[in-house]
Design a protein around this ligand. Structure first.
Ligand code: MN
Ligand code: MN
Length: 470
């Protein structure tokens, strides 16, 4: 009897010493941390409700940077420790930096996240009328399950450059008294044929047509009077004519506000967590670390969801040019600064979903409420397209996070042969910068309304902060 008791104690002891620890974040956080987490997530939800597109996020960030004393970066400017600069890339991406005490050749601490999210973009000739209903044609942006975007309220965001060159800003459908827009789906009574389609084909790209109106202009007989009436209203409100759509970027996004989810209010539902749930904590951390040892650089980029091409995406040279210009401000070679730099590539990961357990491997995936997820490699089918952080760099990051008491986990996006996804990590690692992926686990990623846990959002902030302070 006594022997068994002793054996039991030995087992517990050995387990504690040898097994990796897995515990819910709430069981590891102090009361103070829990309070700080709540406060932080309140700010995050406000941010989500005012920033639904990359342009709106850049506006939010630069307004705050201006208020906090950051100044626009100029090549060749004189910089000293504690100085704060930023670069606004065409209103769609932003880089901010706080100069550290150490020489720039010791490298910078770089955090990268993206501020674009899957959505429906309007085509260049979007407006048409069919059977006295007015529509916009769309071309979806990023990877979506198309059927999810029907029968929900949509809002319209973006800019129109008029023939005269004037820029008109559009944001309609977010406020209480504003109308929303809508994509129809077939009623189940008549969907027998549609229901035979595969889920991928359930709604096709050319069926994502947004209903925008149904009233004709006047009582005269004639064709396209609904379209005419819509153009009249658009002309009154925005001063535009039909051809102005040619030089516009209009994005339809879900009109839902961010909300707490669950009886315990432990989660947040919102459109576009991917990747504003990493962008916002990275931005906050960058602002809160005012006297770093190493220069901190935070890049909040565009175009990740379409593959990072284009001059506001991370496949372009704008980050490299900024880093080279920054080094030159100190009379140093940018290449040498980059080689000594470290980067957290902050992007979301898939959280384990008990309803769909088959796609993830239970020992190597992220769980809700187990903290920010560090991912050594991404890619699909043989790590294709990954930058694969070195064991040495993972070791460095691990010591850093543990040392700062950050709640974190590791996880891979999907089973080996299941699929997977890439991030911007590879493009930054290709600049000869030690880079690793880290981010918040998300349920229903790329759906119009995504789900995250508050404790994971908070631990992402703690991780970025610890990294920037290192
Ligand atoms: Mn992402
Ligand atoms: Mn994504």
């Amino acid at each position: 009897m006594e022997n068994t008791e002793q054996e039991k104690n030995k087992v517990t002891e050995l387990k504690e010493a040898l097994f990796a620890e897995k515990r819910h974040a709430a069981q590891r956080m102090s009361d103070n941390d829990a309070k700080a987490c709540e406060l932080f997530c309140g700010g995050y939800m406000d941010f989500m409700n005012c920033c639904k597109t990359e342009r709106e996020a850049v506006r939010f960030f630069t307004d705050e940077l201006d208020a906090k004393g950051y100044v626009p970066f100029r090549p060749g400017m004189k910089l000293n420790a504690g100085d704060k600069v930023y670069l606004n890339n065409r209103g769609k991406a932003v880089i901010l930096a706080t100069i550290g005490k150490a020489p720039v050749t010791d490298g910078v601490r770089l955090c990268a996240a993206h501020i674009d999210s899957p959505r429906l973009d309007l085509k260049q000739n979007p407006l048409y009328e069919s059977e006295e209903i007015g529509y916009f044609k769309t071309h979806y942006y990023g990877g979506i399950k198309k059927y999810q975007w029907t029968a929900i309220p949509l809002s319209l965001h973006g800019v129109i450059i008029r023939k005269d060159g004037k820029k008109v800003e559009v944001r309609l459908g977010e406020e209480k008294d504003e109308p929303v827009f809508y994509i129809t789906d077939l009623l189940p009574h008549l969907a027998t044929e549609q229901m035979k389609r595969t889920l991928a084909q359930g709604i096709k790209g050319e069926e994502l047509n947004i209903v925008i109106g149904s009233m004709p202009f006047g009582t005269d007989k004639g064709s396209e009077l609904v379209k005419l009436n819509l153009l009249r209203l658009l002309n009154e409100k925005y001063g535009i004519v039909e051809s102005d759509f040619l030089s516009a970027e209009l994005e339809a996004v879900p009109a839902f506000p961010a909300k707490e989810v669950g009886f315990d209010r432990s989660m947040i539902g919102a459109y576009g967590h991917d990747d504003r749930v990493c962008s916002y904590p990275a931005f906050r951390a960058a602002l809160d670390v005012t006297a770093p040892l190493h220069t901190t650089v935070t890049i909040l980029t565009d175009k990740e969801e379409t593959g990072s091409d284009g001059n506001t995406g991370l496949c372009s040279s704008y980050l490299k040019y900024f880093l080279m210009d920054l080094a030159e401000c100190f009379g140093e070679n940018g290449r040498h600064m980059m080689s000594a730099s470290q980067c957290l590539s902050a992007d979301v990961n898939a959280a384990f979903d008990p309803t769909f357990p088959d796609v993830l491997e239970k020992n190597n995936c992220a769980y809700l409420n187990h903290g920010v997820c560090v991912t050594k490699f991404t890619g699909a089918r043989g790590k294709s397209g990954t930058s694969d952080a070195s064991a040495e760099f993972v070791g460095t990051v691990r010591r850093l996070l543990d040392g700062a008491g950050v709640i974190w986990q590791t996880g891979e996006l999907g089973k080996v042969d299941m699929g997977g996804g890439g991030t911007v990590a590879a493009y930054i690692a290709n600049l000869d910068i030690d880079t690793i992926d880290i981010g918040v686990p998300v349920l229903s990623m790329h759906a119009p309304y995504e789900l995250v846990a508050k404790t994971d959002v908070w631990s992402a902030y703690c991780a970025f902060r610890a990294f920037m302070e290192s």
